[in-house]
Design a binder for this molecule. Structure first.
Ligand code: ADP
Length: 257
């Protein structure tokens, strides 16, 4: 199976922590140059340093993906360093959610749409022309276990992630004709900051509810992204690859804390 990414450059958003960092490291491990983005520049730099320590090539760029000018500048930095961006991983995410009835519409919905949808659109706008010109490119959007059925009491996050799934399906049809494959990876709960905040009781219930009885390791999410980004998946387009152990999530309101 050809998973060699030598000579390719990947822009990974939200690459400073958790799944994003694991994705950046895995792509670099398969030979890609990496533009490691995060809102928090310090953690993006740590990811880039880890890649360079392993003899890879990386630049770190602190930028808010929801800001189009910042994204333009980031892509300019990336192409100055590595010429082209061939792989875009839209991973930057926020975990904010809460019951529709109790949560302020503007804040929670807007933030989710700003980061997940607007952020991904900004990164696509800034990179896709180059991929179309080259006649080859890979976009991997990180959706969520939430895009299986939705998760009760989490409409803001669901809407943010389902919008990214819709974008994946639609752009695959248009951009596939230009040689640009657009796919998604839907991670289950992984051992990242997001689950660190769960109480012991909630952690136990979620793990028990998972057929495999555990959370994912970020590296397992990264392997799926690497596959889709690589030549091995050149005939995969418009697909959402679920990496969740087969879990059907329990609605948050059913969890005893
Ligand atoms: P997980 O690893 O479970 O996906 P994290 O919260 O650990 O979740 O990682 C998400 C990453 O996305 C964080 O490092 C965070 O700083 C980053 N991020 C969040 N919002 C933005 C944004 N607007 N622009 C760039 N990166 C962002």
């Amino acid at each position: 199976m050809d998973t060699d990414l030598s000579g390719r450059t990947a822009l990974v958003t939200g690459a400073g922590r958790g799944n994003g960092r694991a994705i950046a490291l895995a792509l670099a491990d398969h030979g890609a140059n990496v533009v490691a983005n995060d809102l928090d520049e310090t953690v993006a730099e740590e990811t880039a340093e880890e890649i360079e320590d392993a003899d890879g090539n990386a630049v770190a760029v602190g930028a808010d993906v929801s800001d189009p000018a910042a994204v333009e500048a980031m892509v300019e930095r990336g192409t100055e360093a590595f010429d082209t961006i061939d792989v875009l991983v839209n991973n930057a995410g926020v975990g904010t959610a809460g019951p529709f009835l109790d949560t302020d519409y503007d804040d929670a919905f807007e933030l989710n749409l700003d980061v997940h949808l607007r952020g991904s659109l900004n990164c696509l706008r800034a990179t896709v022309d180059g991929m179309v010109e080259a006649g080859y490119g890979k976009v991997v959007n990180i959706t969520s276990i939430h895009t299986k059925n939705g998760v009760g009491m989490s409409p803001q996050y669901d809407v943010g992630k389902f919008s990214l799934l819709g974008l994946t399906k639609s752009l695959a049809l248009e951009l596939g004709r230009e040689g640009v494959r657009v796919n998604a990876v839907a991670p289950g709960w992984a051992n990242t900051r997001m689950v660190e905040d769960f109480s012991e009781a909630v952690t136990e219930q979620i793990q028990e509810n998972n057929p495999l009885g555990r959370f994912a390791e970020p590296s397992e999410i990264a392997d799926a992204v690497t596959f889709l980004a690589s030549p091995a998946a050149d005939y995969v387009n418009g697909h959402e690859l679920r990496v969740d152990g087969g879990q059907v999530p329990i609605d948050s309101w059913r969890l005893d804390d």
